[in-house]
Design a protein around this ligand. Structure first.
Ligand code: 9EZ
Length: 312
């Protein structure tokens, strides 16, 4: 039996280890980029989450590497072109974290509507700001969902349960597909113009980087509230801060940042911003599913079997 060597650099739920029992697993969670370059040559497979940057330079010194597994969804930390050029397979676990991200998104929508984090923070200061804390109801308001993939669709279903009108835009889906995902198909500018809440569920690509810039904010309804649990970099953070300060944007809830961690930036510190440390996929259930799904997929790649979630 071949004993494949698998390197884990961003942690992996222990459940996955039993799936990989026939392999040699080195858990080097938290390893630095320089050390990774020194050891990568010895491995057949690399399993990462989002922290490890898999660059062309790293792949150039990984002659044994056959597969990279992303225990989760976004693969923007992996140089896909370089992997493809070297014949390295890339797989992810795109289904595993859907509900975790959708549920956090809904939590943030509610947190923005009622200023729940601020209400709690003031209670912990011994204050009682009942009069100041007048929020808004979701019922009857319009939620615009940009990106109607798995997560956007689950957010749409939850919004409908709250009695919201739901508009959906996705360049990869037909209007009928969007209707089937319980949103009213609308073009991008329409969604921006008509929504009381906007939720972003799009990948970070060269096309979507900075998509939410000053020009986009100008198209939005006054007092819009924005939630982003997708990827840092989709929102131009300088433009967002300006839009919040001008009153155009009433509030923003951000789980992702252009640079992570962002530290106590002006955006994070702003009273109209709710910030969470990229916890979208951080549930017991999602991490277990992501680890199991990616472990199975990595093993199948090593064994030359049919793959369900091949990215490259
Ligand atoms: C882009 C997108 C959605 C989007 C969704 C997907 C590649 N891609 N791009 C802009 N899957 C909304 C606005």
């Amino acid at each position: 039996m071949s004993s494949y060597r698998i390197l884990i650099t961003d942690g992996l739920d222990p459940r996955a280890q039993s799936i990989l029992h026939s392999c040699v697993i080195d858990d080097r969670t938290g390893i630095g980029a320089e050390e990774l370059v020194e050891i990568i040559a010895h491995y057949d497979a690399l399993i990462v989450r989002s922290r490890t940057k898999v660059t062309a330079e790293l792949l150039a010194v990984a002659p044994q590497l056959k597969v990279i597994g992303r225990a989760g969804v976004g693969v923007d930390n992996i140089d896909l072109e370089a992997a493809q050029a070297r014949g390295v397979i890339v797989v992810n676990a795109p289904v595993s974290t859907t509900l975790a991200v959708a549920e956090l998104t809904f939590g943030l929508i509610l947190a923005l509507a009622r200023q729940i984090p601020y209400a709690d923070a003031t209670m912990k200061q011994g204050r009682w700001l009942k009069k100041e804390l007048e929020g808004i109801e979701l019922y009857g308001r319009t939620l615009g969902i940009l990106g109607m993939g798995r997560i956007g669709t689950e957010v749409a279903r939850r919004a409908r349960a709250f009695g919201m009108e739901v508009l959906g835009y996705d360049p990869l889906l037909t209007p009928d597909q969007i209707r089937g995902r319980v949103a009213e198909p609308s073009d991008f500018d329409q969604v921006l113009a008509q929504s009381d809440f906007l939720s972003l569920h799009i990948p970070l690509t060269p096309e979507t980087r900075g998509l939410f810039n000053a020009a986009a904010f100008a198209k939005m309804k006054d007092g819009v509230r924005i939630v982003c649990t997708a990827r840092g970099g989709i929102i131009d953070e300088v433009a967002l801060l300006a839009a919040i300060e001008s009153g155009k944007v009433a509030g923003a809830a951000l789980d992702v940042f252009a640079v992570e961690p962002p530290g106590l930036s002006d955006l994070v510190a702003h009273p109209r911003v709710i910030a969470t440390p990229h916890i979208g996929a951080q549930t017991v259930e999602a991490q277990a599913r992501a680890a199991e799904d990616v472990a199975r997929e990595v093993l199948h790649a090593l064994e030359g079997k049919k793959l369900r979630w091949r990215v490259v």
